[in-house]
Design a protein around this ligand. Structure first.
Ligand SMILES: NC(=O)c1ccc[n+]([C@@H]2O[C@H](COP(=O)([O-])OP(=O)(O)OC[C@H]3O[C@@H](n4cnc5c(N)ncnc54)[C@H](O)[C@@H]3O)[C@@H](O)[C@H]2O)c1
Length: 511
């Protein structure tokens, strides 16, 4: 007989004792539950918006290595509005999963397959994240959604609450949150290595897509392979022009969130997490000409957060977070060596502490202290296997824990309970820029999602056309603007968009 090690003997003994402690009916229930879980089989997935970043996400859950795939997932449906742009991906996945159905409208796919699915991965343009994810969460499905989680504050709050109510596994696609750099940034700050932080300057070198444009007047023929109405979704209808899709949607207010929404989800995440941020109390924005339809070429946003509960080793006083983009890099902190570029992989954040200054790159990459000291703080954050590369599979791990009935299942690094409130920070930056014409610092009531100091009759407007020309050899200025609109009403619409074309968000769950 094979000899048992002391450890396996103890383990076997503990399991036997635990089994004996159960009543016969409990044992029967446990056996039934195990059988049910064993029968659950593969995790059945739907993919929505797979031609761009969505491809990396579906690959992330599917491929073990080159050509080798995991046996615990199966795509039963995939939807993309652009059957040409996404063709390669759809063909590849239909070969992997021959029974997988393909759609060009998620509504149709949900009507046919959502019931049978366990989980949804969403990689569409920003303005459709909320509706696609909200419907999935309301149906009790696990959700992985690209960043920004949503285009607006209300939609983020909704997804946070729907996910909490559903008790499902969620993950926003800010993959850096699964990485070592974010862990170290948090651990250094929580261990008091740089002292108290009252100022953070963050930036990105984006946009690297068109912004600051006038709305195109030219109407292009809609390609037969593109479902333009489905792309528009809940946004106001507009004629097709190839400037909007693919990829460039991010620079248009109705579809995207500009450089801020695109990159702050990577760059501000270590700031939000390490400083235990919640809702800001003040917001202010400024930019190059504020156009009616297109995000500005460059902007600066200032968000003020009130003091938070102190950590055991460091206080969390009021902090001002300043964001810049479009090539505006923050002023250099004292002590930064001459010639050292602050930009790491597309941007970065500088935490000014009372004892030291911490610089961290985009995606939480390569944090360092300006003093040159390398802290040795206790490792209190969970390490995700594979780091940012393991971000998608970590969501699958969480789904499996829930399916196995594990009560204390471990949440992903960007579970919507954190990603939702964090995304509100990002969405608030966009609002601050669009309300800059008020010429005031905005006071924000986060709980109630309302600005409290916009004067009743204040109005705002945006530029339609710059209208500059050289006329008869003379510089001629002829700017035209939208009609002024009531600022309170405009702000309310920026916070909670008015869905059109028959799209309706599920109700906000009660606390
Ligand atoms: N995590 C990251 O590092 C990262 C990188 C790039 C993009 N993103 C995010 O991914 C999302 C998509 O960006 P992208 O660069 O892949 O854009 P993209 O235009 O290249 O790809 C989007 C895909 O979704 C499809 N699509 C758009 N709307 C759809 C809808 N309503 N239903 C079904 N399909 C739809 C498009 O046809 C396209 O195939 C954005 O929210 C973006 O911020 C994240």
């Amino acid at each position: 007989m094979k000899e048992m090690s002391r450890r396996s003997f103890l383990k076997a003994g503990t399991a036997a004792t635990a089994a004996l402690a159960l009543t016969p009916s409990e044992l029967l229930a446990k056996a039934k539950a195990n059988k049910k879980n064993a029968n659950l089989g593969k995790i059945k997935l739907l993919g929505v918006g797979v031609g761009g970043r969505g491809h990396a996400d579906i690959n992330g859950v599917t491929y073990k290595g080159k050509g080798e795939i995991y046996d615990d997932v199966e795509f039963i449906g995939m939807c993309d509005v652009d059957q040409k742009y996404a063709k390669g991906v759809l063909d590849e996945y239909q070969k992997l999963f021959p029974n997988m159905k393909v759609y060009n409208d998620y509504k149709k796919m949900y009507a046919e397959l959502l019931d049978q699915a366990d989980a949804v991965i969403c990689g569409t343009a920003d303005h459709t994240h909320a509706i696609i994810c909200a419907e999935a969460l309301a149906a009790g499905k696990h959700v992985y959604c690209e960043k920004p989680l949503t285009r607006t504050v209300y939609e983020s709050r909704l997804l946070t609450k729907l996910a909490a109510k559903a008790g499902v596994a969620t993950q926003m696609g800010n993959q850096g949150s699964s990485g070592e750099g974010v862990n170290l940034t948090c651990e250094w700050i929580w261990n008091g290595e740089i002292g108290e932080v009252t100022r953070v300057d963050a930036f990105t070198d984006r946009p690297i897509w068109p912004q600051g444009l006038e709305r195109p007047t030219e109407v292009h023929e809609i390609p037969s392979t593109l479902n333009w109405d489905a792309f528009i979704g809940p946004a106001p209808k507009r004629p097709y022009n190839s400037i909007y899709h693919p990829w460039n949607f991010r620079g248009w207010w109705d579809f995207g969130t500009g450089a801020l929404g695109d990159m702050a989800c990577h760059i501000l995440h270590p700031v939000f997490k390490a400083l235990d941020l919640g809702y800001p109390i003040h917001a202010e924005g400024s930019s190059t000409p504020l156009m009616s339809d297109c995000c500005p070429s460059a902007q600066v946003v200032k968000l003020t957060y009130p003091a938070r509960p102190n950590r055991p080793k460091v206080a969390m006083p009021e902090v001002v977070v300043t964001w810049s983009d479009g090539g505006i890099i923050p002023f250099r902190p004292d002590g930064l060596p001459v010639g050292k570029n602050l930009n790491i992989s597309g941007g970065g954040a500088i935490f000014y502490g009372t004892k030291d200054t911490l610089v961290v790159g985009c995606y939480g990459e390569s944090p360092y202290l300006l003093s040159g000291r390398v802290p040795n703080a206790p490792k209190v954050c969970r390490r995700v296997p594979g780091g940012p590369g393991g971000h998608q599979r970590d969501w699958i791990r969480a789904i499996k824990e829930i399916r196995e009935g594990k009560k204390d299942w471990t949440r992903t690094a960007s579970d919507f309970s954190e990603a939702g409130p964090f995304n509100e920070m990002v969405a608030m930056g966009v609002v601050a820029t669009r309300l800059q014409g008020l010429n005031q610092t905005l006071d924000w009531d986060g709980e109630n999602m309302k600005f409290t100091n916009i004067p009743e009759n204040a109005t705002v407007r945006a530029m339609l056309k710059d209208g500059f020309s050289i006329h008869d050899g003379h510089p001629t200025f002829n700017k035209t603007y939208t009609d002024p609109v009531n600022a309170r009403e405009f702000a309310a619409e920026l916070i909670k968009p008015n869905y059109q074309n028959g799209y309706v968000l599920p109700d906000m769950p009660k606390d």
